[in-house]
Design a protein around this ligand. Sequence first.
Ligand code: ADP
Ligand code: MG
Length: 634
Amino acid sequence: MPEIRQLSPSVINKIAAGEVIERPASVVKELVENSVDAGATRIDVTVEQGGGQLIRITDNGCGIRPEQLLLAVASHATSKIADADDLFRVTTFGFRGEALASIAEISLMRIVSRAAESETGAELEVHGGAAEPIAPCGCPVGTTIEVRNLFFNTPVRRKFLRSTQTELGHVTEALLRVALPQPRVHFTLRHNDRIVHDLPPVESWRERILNCFGPEVGESLIWVESRDDSDTVLLSGYVGDPSCSRANNRLQYLFLNGRYIRDRALQHALGEAYRGLMLQGRFPVAFLRLELPPDSVDVNVHPTKLEVRFQDGSRVYSQTLSTLRNKFLTTDLTARVKPLTTNSADDDATSRPAERQTLAADSPVAWARGPAQGSVFPPRRSEPATPPRPADSAAYRLSAPPEAPRQPSLPWSSERPVAPAQPLPLAASAPPPAAPPGPATAIHARHRGLQIHNRYLVSESDEGLVVIDQHALHERVLYEQLRDKILSGEMERQRLLVPEPVTLAPAEAGVVLDQRETLAELGIEIEPFGGDTVLVVAYPALLANLNPGEVLRQAVELLMSGVGAADRRGLIDELLHMMACKAAVKAGDRLSPDEVAALLEHRELCQDAHHCPHGRPTALIFTREELDKRFKRI
Ligand code: ADP
Ligand code: MG
């Protein structure tokens, strides 16, 4: 029979250390948090060799009295809570009373501390859990804790240490997670005598973020703030402009009552809020603070307290999502061309070179005169593509090239009366009006545009020069119109006189028939026809210019790929994207001047006109100021 034994305190501490102290960064986190808990206004961190050799933290906090020093390094000894009830009103970082004991067990630790009320300080050394006698010493008020040779007596952990650079990266991250929500505390981080971060005390959170992450992030911040109905949940902070995105979610900082946390649900809310504002695979930047009554959240579910449990997680989720969404609806998120000083290596959408298409460079320049009646949007598929013309290698000309179709007058100064703008005739089933444009009024300057390279529209706004991606914008217009129609249950459908049979793979046929109702909601009506063939009997009038079989096949592809499979709304949204994309004008499509004007006019009616449904920007603004600067006028 195996014997049951009480473990020694040393073994218990090592086990605790195993949970909490994974690497040098864990030590930095625990010690810096202790310094903040001690009310320090200045915290200096020094590490050598990524922290494996030395970690030293000096603070000017309340200090520890000599007679308390031994208790501080004892396990389950804390000054922060007294009984179990306190666990539900924790307002400090620490409360488990385990960190110092764990760290002292697996390193050579030295604490020098002086409490504000003490005349002198005291020093305590602990070697692998064995405490030396306490010795008095002179020192300023506050605490310095040195941790040398971390994991010296737990060789397996030591072996898992990564390169100095990697460990330093983790140390830096650990420090920033504590420093970010404490802008009034001065933090420094030194590595091998080099200053890695010097974060002076600042008044605003924005300044702290700027100091931590630099101007690219700092200048993209959008302030958000909200309270829930019962006034108990306060959400505030900054989120990044969609043009400032990242390839991973590491620049998403969420703080709960000042504590950095990771929360999958809230990360999801963040992703949802940016849906359609960012390309797939990109992640927004965010610095958000949640303030909740301490008793409505359990922080005692994870040893390092990285994860917490909300009493009402779904309420926090929807508050986060709606706060951000509402903010974006009232914010102009149109991408602006960044000042020349911006680091050209950044990877955001505005500085990415445009994808190339061979047709583009030598397409004719189309002038827009303004809207007239009879625009033939969107059934353009039947139109023959305009043949490419020889390129004009010089800069864009300000008059039409000789081989371009002759225009009666230059559009920018058009006094010629034209018809008022008509909405894009999206229901393509309506017969195109044959009558020529009647008498009309002058076109609004905002809707005048020039098509270049058969893919971009150039226009002006009060702010500056606007370059628009015709496909992205049209896609956005159609997407919002389709969405509105679905929401109001008015999706117009066109019944096919002769239903179109579409033969699918066996698995596809099953999935499609399963999703029959969802498809019907979108206007795509199908019926089983036997075997793996289904009949398309009706489809959205908006897609009249597309082949019904083709629309169904596209939908099948989406259904099979499992996109949005998790929820019906997500699936419908993906299908709408697909339909909008298919029906929109493409790069390379020549637009008539009326179409250009109609598109520009619709831009103003869109909710999120600045991004296509997939999250690509639809427009880019060269502000007048930026133009003036680049032309050396200012
Ligand atoms: P916890 O933070 O959970 O209380 P720790 O093991 O981290 O546990 O610290 C034990 C105790 O030591 C703390 O409760 C605090 O009273 C004291 N202490 C630790 N670090 C400091 C510091 N930098 N300044 C003042 N007191 C400290
Ligand atoms: Mg602690």
